[in-house]
Design a protein around this ligand. Sequence first.
Ligand SMILES: Cc1cc2nc3c(=O)[nH]c(=O)nc-3n(C[C@H](O)[C@H](O)[C@H](O)COP(=O)(O)OP(=O)(O)OC[C@H]3O[C@@H](n4cnc5c(N)ncnc54)[C@H](O)[C@@H]3O)c2cc1C
Length: 334
Amino acid sequence: MYEAAVYTGKWDQMMSLPAGSAVQLPEWAPALQQALADHRGRDIVWHGALAGYTTFKVGGRAEAIVFPQGREELSLLIRSLQALAVPWVILGRGSNVVIVDEGLKGVAIVLGRDFAEIELVDEAADSILVRVEAGCSLAKLVSWAVERGLAGLEFAAGIPGSVGGAIVMNAGAWQREMKDVLVRVSVMDSRGAVSAREAAAMHFAYRSWGEMKGTIALEGFFRLKKDDPLLLKQMCSDYLQRRKQRQPQNMASGGSFFKNPPGGRTAGQLIDQAGLKGCTVGGAMVSTVHANFIVNTGRATAKDILELMGMVQKAVQDKYGIALEPEVKILGLG
Ligand SMILES: Cc1cc2nc3c(=O)[nH]c(=O)nc-3n(C[C@H](O)[C@H](O)[C@H](O)COP(=O)(O)OP(=O)(O)OC[C@H]3O[C@@H](n4cnc5c(N)ncnc54)[C@H](O)[C@@H]3O)c2cc1C
């Protein structure tokens, strides 16, 4: 049995918790620490609270949260976790996830500021190719492009999240998606090996990049067209304005909760027409502004959100015979 402790410093520093706040380290903790001991690493947070890493602001703890410092470390981490049979999941900015209240078995890996580079790699007469690491915020990339008069990503103005999350979710708005500007993606597989995938040969679909579970998006290469920065700025502020009018403001959420089903009517229209706006379970509510947003009114638990999700699905199924599929990823079930 390992002594109750939390490790919040470098790989090789173990800090004991104050008396009375003991937590049980997972049995694989010493082996993971040993595997990573020779590496310069950022923090590991044992028994780390995850709610703060999500825009819904709900969810339990992971046995550990790890912030790898660069690819080599990420690869070592993945290989070590595979060898120890410890489950893991990547978190970007947590803007499309509900983490269950019971938390996550294993490790939540956060790709943060050590995976945030933007680099211009090639310039043609009318376009450029830019390489962007997965941990970069999408908002930062949009501003970066617009300021330089590079068109293609305006649709993403106002979509929170990381570039990696946006690639994996094939995030989109206003009839445009990430795949429309993506040329290539560097990925890491579940053995820690890195390879390149041409976007055209990948199976991007509605809110999906079509890759295997366990594949990590490390960076994307985007082809952007040269254009007038003022025009692009105007387009972005129009999109932002439309979001302000149509979406709940200053409420914790995961954006659109359900995918739009085939058949023409959006999930929001179906939920609205089923009379569900304003419906609540505990602290979770179907937004009164946009019916496809479930919002956390302040005290919601993941259980509230998932119960409300089930109620909405049942009501829409009963009324229209349509099964709504969540767009948000529910982490920690099964
Ligand atoms: C207010 C609001 C508005 C939104 N509007 C839109 C919108 O208009 N259009 C839209 O498409 N979405 C929208 N979203 C949803 C969300 O912002 C996007 O899906 C975003 O791209 C998710 O990025 P993320 O970094 O937050 O991913 P996360 O939520 O952290 O992760 C989402 C999924 O991707 C996986 N993942 C994340 N990063 C990686 C990686 N590098 N490699 C492998 N897997 C990874 C995670 O494991 C998880 O399964 C909105 C959300 C909010 C809160």
